[in-house]
Design a protein around this ligand. Structure first.
Ligand code: NAD
Ligand code: ZN
Length: 222
């Protein structure tokens, strides 16, 4: 099983939340990716998401994404669990993906609850509205919101059964996703971490590889 975070897409040119490059108009992601921010200023939040959509649309998957897609082909019981919303794992060929934090290319109506794919990079009306008149929001999980229950349960089940967990490019501070790491440990899995920097788990994993995911993953999964 692999658990990925924003770091795996960093080499594709998509800024992470923590560390340099995550800022937009001097606003912090933690102050934009919240239900409160959307209630206060849905247009501002949508402008940020459209900016991120534009960056992602211009980006390509990198060798780290492709290595995990190869692993899925070779290991039938492999599970990919991601905190990313960018869709680069799919574009690299991964098919079985548990998206803990949703998908930036999907929208949900705050009125009728309808969810659908919508890949527009601009809307005629800002903030965009559903046919029912309700405000549309990005179908992603914001800080303070619950994870989709079915996806989370499947991730927990996968982690309980895994023999080896690869933790790639995540600062491992966003819960409950980060909780999958100690859960794997308790179930007896070996854990390999791939990260540019030290994380709260670096000292306790079986192997902590310091470096870029796009360089290290192709070596682990040639
Ligand atoms: P994070 O921004 O908190 O941490 C990124 C981690 O990646 C850091 O530990 C950093 O050291 C590491 N890193 C940076 N470049 C790397 C590289 N080239 N190779 C390996 N590691 C590298 O990201 P997070 O832990 O995923 O948590 C942030 C939340 O924000 C997530 O919930 C996610 O949904 C969201 N997010 C998603 C995207 C995306 O979809 N691409 C981008 C930013 C944030
Ligand atoms: Zn609606």
């Amino acid at each position: 099983m692999a658990l990925t975070g924003a770091g795996i897409s960093a080499e594709s040119g998509i800024p992470t939340f923590r560390g340099a490059g995550g800022m937009w108009k001097r606003l912090r992601p933690e102050d934009l990716a919240t239900p409160e921010a959307f209630t206060r200023d849905p247009k501002l939040v949508w402008e940020w998401y459209l900016w991120r959509r534009g960056l992602i649309a211009r980006a390509e998957p990198n060798p780290g994404h492709y290595a995990l897609a190869r692993l899925e082909q070779r290991a039938p019981r492999f599970h990919l669990v991601t905190q990313n919303v960018d869709g680069l794992h799919e574009r690299a060929g991964s098919r079985k993906i548990l998206k803990l934090h949703g998908d930036i290319w999907e929208v949900r109506c705050t009125g009728c609850g309808l969810e659908r794919r919508d890949e527009r990079l601009a809307f005629d009306e800002m903030p965009p509205r559903c046919a029912c008149g309700g405000l549309l929001r990005p179908a992603v999980v914001w800080f303070g919101e619950m994870l989709p229950a079915d996806v989370w349960q499947r991730a927990e089940r996968a982690v309980a059964e895994t023999e080896l967990l690869l933790v790639v490019g995540t600062s491992a501070v966003v819960y409950p996703a980060a909780g999958l790491v100690p859960l794997a440990r308790r179930s007896g899995a070996r854990i390999i971490e791939v990260n540019l920097d030290e994380t709260p788990y670096s000292a306790s994993v079986d192997c902590s590889l310091r470096g870029k995911a796009g360089e290290l993953l192709p070596k682990l999964i040639p």
